[in-house]
Design a protein around this ligand. Structure first.
Ligand code: ATP
Ligand code: MG
Length: 330
């Protein structure tokens, strides 16, 4: 039997280059070897968008189209919608008992997001607890591998702590521990130089951006603020254009030599931006073309089938969990 993968995305917007390089490429590669489940995490997205549900519901189809356009194959990968699998919510309830407030407060990703969202002392409980619900997402599908960006590593640690605690208290063999699969670019910076390209920070190049939008965003990118004249020596570290060239330019030798020239002085920002623009156009054009050909009704059909299949597995797991806890009365 193939081992299982679970991963997913919040339908808070269309997918961007951070998703592509941090997780989607691994999913495309691994879907043939593993039994892969991809979750469109609408319940998690509601934790910080509960007052704007329309944004979440309308992006479900967009995220699914992004999957198909990059090469996620629905005959190999099961795509599902989180809210339609109530067993996940039930499992979350059992897990809430196994985690302390103090432990949740130490999660560095959640801490950073609380700050970014300006919650201060008014943190919605649902949002604060989303790492617990994410542990239910992973374990309900008995996943052993999770291809994610490195902002998700604390969630995997939290999941494994819950798994160990559950197995120790109720039954040692019920739940499986999981491992993160990280890519060579586990965190892509935003075009504004912020530490992570993210849908919520509006600092990303989207997989569906037009050729013009890509170019505009590349030319907006932060470089080295001290590199004023072309002849000035420039800094490569922390330079967004070079971070993207490292991630997306297919000729690593050429990037190495560009870096040397830039450091020495004599290579202008316009030149490196043009080179980056060319490689991104090359990467994203076929994705955009594939996306335009996708039929929305077919996507809805796929989502229904995937969710139904995934729910069968979720039901199996929840039966094992109820039996382990001893709450199977009938
Ligand atoms: P939001 O701002 O709503 O949180 P997001 O852009 O962070 O959206 P998510 O749906 O939260 O995207 O993340 C989905 C997956 O993509 C996760 O595995 C995450 O680690 C990965 N990912 C997101 N952004 C990046 C990035 N900039 N670099 C690498 N991986 C990323
Ligand atoms: Mg995120």
């Amino acid at each position: 039997m193939k081992k299982k993968i679970l991963t997913g995305d919040r339908p808070t917007g269309k997918l961007h280059l951070g998703h592509y390089i941090g997780s989607l490429q691994n999913r495309i590669r691994l879907q043939h070897e593993y039994d892969q489940y991809i979750m469109i995490a609408d319940v998690q997205a509601l934790t910080d968008n509960f007052d704007n549900p329309h944004k979440i519901t309308q992006n479900i189809i967009e995220v699914a189209k992004d999957y198909l356009s990059v090469g996620i194959d629905p005959t190999q990968t099961t795509i599902l919608i989180q809210s339609q699998i109530p067993e996940i919510a039930e499992l979350t309830i059992y897990y809430l008992n196994l985690v302390t407030l103090g432990r949740l407060e130490r999660n560095p990703t959640v801490k950073c997001e609380i700050q970014q969202k300006g919650y201060n002392d008014a943190i919605p409980v649902g949002f604060f607890c989303y790492p617990i619900s994410q542990a239910a997402d992973i374990t309900i599908f008995q996943a052993e591998f999770v291809p994610v960006g490195n902002d998700q590593v604390p969630m995997i640690e939290q999941t494994n702590e819950i798994v160990r605690r559950f197995n120790r208290i109720y039954n040692k063999d019920v739940l499986k521990e999981c491992k993160a699969i990280l890519s060579n670019t586990p965190r892509l910076v935003g075009i504004d130089g912020k530490s992570k390209a993210s849908k919520s920070l509006s600092n990303a190049i989207f997989l569906s951006d037009s050729s013009q939008e890509i170019k505009q965003k590349v030319f907006q990118m932060y470089t080295d603020p001290n590199h004023i004249r072309v002849s000035d020596p420039g800094c490569v570290e922390g330079n967004v254009v070079f971070a993207y060239l490292d991630a997306f330019h297919c000729n690593k030798e050429e990037v190495k030599s560009l870096k040397e020239d830039y450091r020495r002085g004599g290579l202008g920002d316009m030149v490196i931006k043009n080179i980056l623009n060319d490689s991104l156009q090359l990467l994203l054009e076929p994705i955009r073309v594939a996306r335009d050909r996708i039929d929305n009704n077919q996507v809805r059909e796929l989502l229904l089938e995937g969710t139904q299949k995934a729910r069968e597995l979720a039901k199996e797991t929840i039966e094992m969990v109820r039996t382990a806890i001893g709450i199977k009365y009938f």
